[in-house]
Structure formats: C-alpha cells, structure tokens
Design a protein around this ligand. Structure first.
Ligand code: CTP
Ligand code: CA
Length: 232
C-alpha cells in the first residue's frame, strides 16, 4: 500500500526534542519530581518525523506506553533521569542540530546530597532537605549555539490572567535567549497530565506569533509551523 504522506516541509532538518520531567534523587528509592507526562514532547517528535525531520528525542522518565507514541524510523531516543544527565545529553545532541525544542520539565533544584542508603526514621527524623539550584539547560544551549540554530523553550504558567502570563513569558524568553517561547496555562483542564493543551508562542520583540488550542498533536503542529516560518 502507498503511504499517505503529509507535507514534508521539515525534510533534511536535524532536530532535538527533550520531553518528560527530571527526577532528582533523595535516596535510592525517593526523588524530587514533577507531573510532566512527556506527551507534548512525544507529539513534537512525532510531528517533526512525519514531516521529514531527523529527530533526536531526549526522554526524561517518560513511561513506556507514552514513549511508544513517538515510535518512528526517523526518531532516535536517548533516555535520561536527572537534570544533570539531561543537560549532558542535550549539549551533545544540540551541537549538530538545526532546531532544539526544550519541552522537558526540568527540576529547578536538586537535593544537595543524595543518600546512598534509604533514609529511615530510625536514622533520625527528617525535617528538611537541603537543595541546590540546577543549571539552566536551555539558556546554556542558547548562549553557545551553532550559527543558524533555532531554539524553542516552554513555560507552563498557572497565572490565570492571559496578559500577565504573556508578560512573564516575554521576560522568560529574553532571559533565556531563545527564539521562541511556547507558554501554556497549566490548570485543571490544560497542560500537565492532560491530553489537551493551549499555547501562545512568543517570538522576537515579545510578539505573539501564533496560538493553538486542542490536542497535544495540534499544538505540536502549530509549534513546527512557527519554527518553519521563523527559519524561512
Ligand atoms: N529549563 C531548562 N533548565 C532548567 C529549568 C528550565 O532548560 N534548569 C527550560 C525548560 O525546559 C523550559 C524553559 O526552560 O523550556 C522554561 O522553564 P520554566 O520552568 O518555565 O523557567 P524557569 O527559568 O525555571 O523559571 P520559573 O521560576 O518560572 O520556574
Ligand atoms: Ca522552573
């Protein structure tokens, strides 16, 4: 049977997509994590591959059934656990990429000391965990990017007011030095652990260059359209 191909407008593009959420160990059985399922990253990787791109998918703690949503001959998967591992994998993969999309939810802090033994109550009560800040991965990539590389970051915000959300996203885009920043409302209906998402894409000078609402695949389509447009 003849495969029905959609537009191959990303053919020849080398892209890196990070997905999922990092886990920062507290002890061998506990971690500091977040609610990212990795589904938006899977949709971004699948959409890019179907449109002809060669994809490196860096997956942080994405469940096997979710990872299966991004099975494609042009998608290569690397799996990581912590923010430090994600940072290393991204630096390596991004060095030869045309586009980097940082969809993973990265822990802002990690425990200063991970115990190599399981913490027990017998070992003494635990009333605090000392934290240290993780490096900003996407800001680091943006600061040393190869010429012509497009970098997209995400921001999940809980601010209900759309204009306040946009303003925060504009500052974040500037601070990180990325080309596009996709901002989404993370509330009860949208974002983390949900099948639907709604985003606005902030571009140069803080302009809203696109918006999309619907399935994570529809959102992925809009993001790749915006990336394609910004590069042409
Ligand atoms: N990010 C990153 N490295 C980090 C933290 C975040 O690369 N250590 C990336 C995320 O993958 C995302 C973007 O930066 O693409 C924005 O993440 P967000 O958590 O919204 O930004 P922060 O700078 O951590 O700001 P906030 O205080 O709002 O959490
Ligand atoms: Ca953060």
């Amino acid at each position: 049977a003849l495969a029905l191909l959609g537009p191959q407008d990303l053919a020849g593009l080398r892209v890196v997509v990070s997905a999922g959420g990092t886990r920062e160990p507290i002890d061998p059985v506990r971690f500091l994590g977040n609610r990212s399922s990795g589904r938006q990253g899977m949709a971004l990787a699948a959409e890019a591959a179907e449109r002809g791109a060669d994809v490196e998918l860096v997956a942080a703690n994405v469940a096997a059934d979710v990872l299966a949503e991004a099975r494609h001959p042009r998608i290569r998967v690397r799996t990581v656990g912590t923010a430090a591992q994600l940072g290393d994998a991204m630096a390596d993969a991004a060095a030869s990429a045309d586009v980097v999309i940082m969809a993973a939810a990265v822990a802002d802090y990690r425990p200063a000391h991970a115990s190599d033994q399981k913490l027990t109550k017998e070992g003494g009560p635990l009333d605090r965990i000392e934290l240290v800040e993780n490096a900003d991965i996407v800001a680091g990539l943006a600061a040393s990017r190869p010429q012509g590389q497009t970098i997209v970051a995400f921001a999940a915000e809980t601010l209900l007011d759309a204009e306040e959300r946009r303003e925060r996203a504009r500052r974040k885009r500037e601070r990180k030095g990325v080309d596009l920043l996709a901002v989404n409302l993370a509330d009860a209906e949208h974002g983390f652990e949900k099948s639907d998402n709604a985003i606005e894409i902030i571009g140069a000078e803080g302009a809203v260059v696109a918006s999309a609402e619907g399935s994570k695949r529809q959102v992925a389509r809009a993001i790749w359209d915006a990336v394609h447009k910004s590069r042409s």
